[in-house]
Design a protein around this ligand. Structure first.
Ligand code: GLA
Length: 765
């Protein structure tokens, strides 16, 4: 395992516990280069043509672990040229089919590329040749960016150094491996070693250039309240993919690409994943070309991006996490879960049980006072809830969502006695206190805007468009970042605040900053994201015990970038248990359950008007962070009485859920009737099965379906968790071997009515 340079073959092998990634250097000046002896081909055109020289870096292989590295045929350098009658393979023929590790624009590789530049003279050709490499233990930080991390014992990092000799532009490609995980982290650094500025108009972070294996493309699509629904389509010729130009990773598309061999299931088929550790504009593209090759690429969106790189300066592109699974989607899921839990989330809360919170948003919206909040807190504390979160509406003149963003001063008309009184009263109840902020925004109707109308992102002379009645602060300006920071600290230091919900409720448009010169205006979106990262880095450094939850109009900035700062992210403003099945399935495809913000809310549900049993709402929220978002003083006695049982259930199962392995059994999004998944602890001594019957069929059989992830040789006692009593009760045959449960399956009777849920608990006997 690890990263090795095989000098004779000029191949880099990057080995993870179960995968190999091979990169080959092709330099026609060297007679051993590209000798495709083992292909049986006598064709020497690629080697013989000096115009092919230059040390190209080619992608040879990514897949299941292999040992051999002398595999020049994988680089396809001896493929015939376009016009077979011409027994000479010229440079453009070569470039148009060579599997390039990091393709660039303007030199004759006409497929989609990873990097584009513009010189002072207006030229766009960029040709990268191999210069050398560096191998190091550990994983260097990416300056100003979120990234996976590991110790010198955990990680190894390869840096391939490439250069455009004409432009004196150096490009470093980074690859890091983790001894306990199959993920590979890739990022790119560009350094201007010339004497003139260069404009970077596109710098993607990763590319996978390989043969098509009858791939399907899996992406996550959505909208507000419908985030991260799974979509699968065959990969056709040409371009397909996902992107965001909204200044955030977005509700609509997710910075993730899954390439699956056709029909891949949870257990079978090959799956490649690319996931971008970034929270702004992105592009994730798959290009299927003329020779049935595939290029999958991911990085910062080239639209609205142009970075001026002065001589001596460097630009770092955020990282992409690559995964490969030879055993279906399930292994990919568990690989990302482990990687993010162990190497991305930093918070002190990452392995700890989070306090069960009650948030007042769906309980009161803007209509609350100290008294109302304390009423909720008093009732909540009686039921075992551990933290009150005061949501939007506590500051300035914020009586609705039309005003006051930016005025981060406590509204003492609403909160009599101020924040310190409220917080100390909540603390007296034995509860923690948390608060909502939306620091990146400014309302036109705010004291802040009246004082600083130029602080909003806008194009001079053009009226900027409103979204939720607000503008976005121009965080590319230092003094604005300092204002936001000063207000955040002021509030957080004024009382015992132990949790922050950091919201972001609109997209970026009308891109203009009065501080950026014309040739740097294309830096605005990325600088904005960097400023958000800087603020959150300062926040978690200054307040290391703070529990930070990111949020963006629900889940519009649910991405690995945000996870680096907050161990949990609000999944969606749709808290309906049935809608959540699809949202949480798509989210859990990549993200550990410990980071999915999920609450039990009131019915009829505020997003869809649906009625679901309180019990079902509990099971669905349990497999996220778990909390409440309802007026606990107003719900029915029956529901309220169930809260202590749910609280008990959370304490009993949360560590298993947040640390265990996730297995998907059935998907409501696919079958439109029922949903089922399991969580198994690492030792395979304990497991949970959550079953939600969305629709009851008349005159139907019980369901018998296979469990997953158990140990075949262990015998498990089986219990059904009875939420009404808060106890495990023996279920069915009460104890069975894992092999029986996984092969013959477990039987679940049809439940009476729609939207019913149940949970089984397996414990090694
Ligand atoms: C966003 C969040 C909600 C709530 C509101 C407050 O929509 O996703 O949870 O905080 O803002 O305005």
């Amino acid at each position: 395992m690890g990263i090795t340079y095989h000098e004779k073959e000029r191949v880099f092998s990057i080995d993870t516990p179960n995968t190999s990634y091979l990169i080959g250097i092709v330099d026609a000046a060297d007679p051993t280069d590209g000798s495709s002896a083992d292909t049986g081909s006598k064709d020497t055109r690629a080697r013989g043509n000096s115009s092919v020289c230059g040390g190209y870096v080619g992608h040879m292989y990514y897949g299941k672990r292999i040992r051999d590295v002398e595999l020049p045929y994988l680089l396809r350098i001896d493929e015939p040229p376009y016009v077979p009658s011409v027994n000479q393979r010229d440079k453009l023929s070569f470039l148009d089919s060579f599997p390039m590790e990091y393709p660039t624009h303007g030199i004759g590789d006409f497929r989609e590329d990873c990097m584009e530049v513009r010189t002072k003279a207006g030229h766009t050709a960029l040709e990268l040749s191999y210069v050398g490499y560096e191998l190091q233990k550990g994983k260097p930080k990416l300056e100003g960016l979120p990234a996976t991390f590991g110790t010198e014992e955990d990680c190894e990092t390869l840096c391939l150094i490439l250069e455009d000799r004409v432009l004196s532009l150096k490009v470093e490609l980074y690859y890091s491996t983790f001894s306990d995980n199959d993920g590979i982290a890739r990022s790119v650094r560009v350094i201007n070693e010339g004497s003139e500025e260069i404009y970077l108009t596109k710098v993607l972070s990763a590319c996978l250039d390989m043969d098509n294996k009858d791939f399907e493309l899996l992406t996550l699509h959505g909208s507000w309240a419908r985030e991260r629904h799974i979509q699968r389509n065959p990969v056709g010729y040409g371009f397909q993919g996902v992107s965001s130009v909204r200044g955030e990773s977005s509700h609509q598309h997710h910075p993730f690409l899954g390439l699956l061999t056709r029909g891949a299931t949870q257990e079978e088929g090959e799956v490649y994943g690319l996931h971008f550790v970034y929270s702004g504009n992105f592009t994730g593209l798959v290009y299927r070309g003329q020779f049935d090759n595939i290029r999958a690429m991911m990085g910062i969106n080239g639209s609205d991006f142009c970075w001026k790189l002065l001589p001596g300066e460097a630009f770092t592109a955020p990282e992409v996490i690559l995964t490969y699974s030879a055993h279906g989607l399930g292994d990919m899921t568990r690989c990302y879960h482990d990687l993010y839990r162990n190497h991305l989330i930093r918070s002190r809360y990452k392995d700890r049980k989070r306090p069960i919170l009650i948030n007042n948003w769906e309980a009161t919206y803007f209509d609350f006072t100290t008294e109302k909040l304390l009423d909720i807190a008093k009732e909540a504390s009686k039921q075992g809830i551990e933290m009150l979160v005061m949501d939007d509406g506590w500051f300035g003149n914020r009586c609705d969502d039309n005003r006051a963003l930016g005025d981060w001063f406590v509204n003492e008309d609403k909160l009599k006695g101020g924040l310190s009184y409220l917080v100390s009263e909540v603390n007296k109840l034995g509860m923690k206190f948390g608060i909502w902020f939306e620091p990146e925004m400014i309302s036109p109707d705010s004291d802040l805007y009246r004082a600083h109308p130029d602080w909003a992102i806008a194009v001079p002379g053009r009226e900027a468009g409103l979204c939720r009645c607000q503008y976005v602060l121009d965080l590319t300006r230092k003094e604005i970042v300092e204002y936001v920071w000063e207000r955040l600290c002021n509030i957080l230091e004024s009382a015992n605040i132990e949790y922050v919900k950091w919201d972001m409720n609109r997209q970026l448009a009308d891109l203009g900053s009065i501080d950026l010169p014309a040739d740097r205006m294309g830096e605005l979106c990325h600088r904005y994201v960097l400023a958000v990262y800087e603020l959150q880095e300062r926040l978690v450094t200054k307040f290391p015990d703070l529990l930070l939850e990111n949020c963006s109009g629900g889940g519009a900035r649910f991405d690995p970038g945000m996870l680096y700062y907050s161990p949990q992210i609000w999944c969606s403003d749709d808290t309906d248990a049935i809608e959540r099945l699809m949202i949480q399935e798509g989210t859990a495809l990549i993200y550990p359950l410990s980071c999915m913000g999920a609450h039990v809310s009131d019915c009829p549900n505020h997003a869809v008007g649906r009625m679901t049993p309180f019990e079902t709402r509990g099971y669905v929220a349990l497999t996220g962070t778990f909390g409440y978002e309802l007026d606990i003083t107003k719900i029915s006695e029956e529901d309220r009485n169930m809260i202590p049982k749910q609280v008990k259930m959370y304490h009993k199962f949360h560590m298993l859920i947040s640390q265990g392995d996730y297995y998907r059994i059935a998907s409501y999004a696919d079958n439109h009737e029922w949903d089922c998944y399991m969580i198994v602890n690492k030792e395979k001594t304990e497991a949970l099965l959550i079953y939600i019957q969305v629709l009851r069929q008349p005159n139907c059989h019980s369901r018998i379906f296979p469990c997953k992830g158990l140990s075949p040789d262990k015998k498990y006692e089986i219990f059904r968790y009875d939420m009404k009593n808060g106890e495990d009760t023996p279920f069915g045959s009460a104890s069975l071997y894992g092999e029986t449960l996984m092969n013959a399956g477990i039987r679940i009777e049809s439940l009476w009515g729609d939207h019913q849920g149940m949970m089984l608990h397996f414990v090694e006997q």
